[in-house]
Design a protein around this ligand. Structure first.
Ligand SMILES: Nc1ncnc2c1ncn2[C@@H]1O[C@H](COP(=O)(O)OP(=O)(O)O)[C@@H](O)[C@H]1O
Ligand SMILES: [Mg+2]
Length: 257
């Protein structure tokens, strides 16, 4: 079971879109996929028509259950989506209170990793949508994954956010035994603008080994798909945006060998 976390300490860079699009593409080639929504805003959860304000059970339960969660408890939290082979472990707005609790209770950094251990064999891929703040939820995402994907908007302000994320990885690496592998995905690319072009050049210079060769262009089809609540590839499999993610996915699968 491959576990990929999608994170960046900046909002609006395409994290949730990356999760949904990759999930759709993985499902199309026959993989079983679990998406985990660790963002208290619950955008991923809302995308699939669940209301993060109304859900009685969510990822939140993993943090408030006494003792270790059981396989039955984890499985009871899973929700179906409109794609048969994609399931969702949803977020609820109650998760916003977890950051405060985490300070009171040490050792909450592995709750998601422990829960996922119960799902080995049930899924080929787990995609974790992380919130844009460095806190207990992001730490859980980074601790649970074996590969980190960092969508980065191709504009200069985004480079600062990226530097912050890279520092976070170094911090996490000190706590983990194995170095965390990561791939930076350039998003919102517009080749007609100087800002996009020079930012991409800068990314190549600073992260030659970690930068994905696939570049995700600005594509309004992503927003259309989110309004309809469907994975982008089912709305338009040949759109430029979906194509870029398909190329990204091919290289990621090759890398994992
Ligand atoms: N490549 C893209 N081109 C155009 N719009 C995009 C693209 N990627 C994401 N979007 C849109 O931008 C908004 C923010 O994207 P989202 O994936 O929610 O970012 P994040 O999860 O990082 O906050 C959404 O409305 C989404 O549909
Ligand atoms: Mg998001």
């Amino acid at each position: 079971m491959q576990v990929w976390a999608i994170a960046n300490q900046k909002g609006g860079v395409g994290k949730t879109t990356t999760v949904v699009t990759l999930a759709g593409l993985l499902a199309e080639v026959g993989y079983k996929v679990l998406m985990v929504d660790l963002d208290p805003h619950g955008s991923l959860t809302s995308y699939f028509q669940y209301d993060p304000d109304e859900l009685d059970h969510s990822v939140y339960d993993l943090f408030v259950t006494q003792g270790d969660v059981t396989a039955v408890q984890v499985k009871s939290l899973l929700c179906n989506t409109n794609v048969e082979s994609i399931q969702l472990l949803p977020a609820s707005t109650a998760m916003a209170t977890l950051e405060r609790r985490a300070i009171e209770h040490h050792g909450m950094g592995l709750q998601v990793a422990k829960a996922l251990r119960h799902l080995k064999g049930s899924y080929d891929y787990v995609l974790i949508d992380s919130p844009p703040v460095l806190g207990v939820l992001m730490v859980n995402a980074l601790a649970a994954c074996n590969h980190l994907l960092i969508p980065a908007q191709t504009e200069f302000l985004a480079l600062k956010g990226l530097e912050r994320m890279i520092r976070t990885i170094s911090m996490i690496n000190r706590a983990r035994k194995k170095k965390l592998k990561y791939t930076i995905i350039p998003t919102f690319y517009d080749r007609r603008t100087q800002a996009s072009v020079s930012c991409l050049r800068e990314l190549h210079k600073c992260y030659p080994d970690e930068l994905a060769s696939a570049v995700v262009p600005i594509d309004t089809k992503f927003r259309n798909a989110s309004m309809k609540g469907v994975v982008p590839s089912s709305l338009d499999a040949s759109s430029r945006g979906v194509n870029a993610y398909a190329r990204l996915l091919r290289t990621l699968i090759e890398q994992q060998g």
